[in-house]
Ligand binder design. Structure first.
Ligand code: SF4
Length: 63
């Protein structure tokens, strides 16, 4: 997914942590009830997208 950035919709995310289990880069974490992606680690493979039961993870174009 070149040129894509994986983003979490904070309005939809329930911080279930399902995405954390599948991320091979260990790029996702929950802190104070908010799930976030460490973009230094994320390689935009998109594995976390289908793992989210809420459908809160999507991609946006990035330069
Ligand atoms: S896109 Fe891949 S590397 Fe990035 S947070 Fe999701 S599972 Fe982890």
């Amino acid at each position: 997914m070149n040129g894509m950035k994986v983003v979490i919709n904070q309005d939809i995310c329930k911080s279930s942590g399902e995405c954390i289990k599948v991320c091979p880069q260990k790029a996702i974490s929950v802190k104070d009830g908010k799930t976030s992606i460490d973009y230094e680690k994320c390689d935009s493979d998109g594995i976390c997208i289908p793992a989210c039961p809420e459908g809160a993870i999507t991609t946006v174009k990035s330069d």
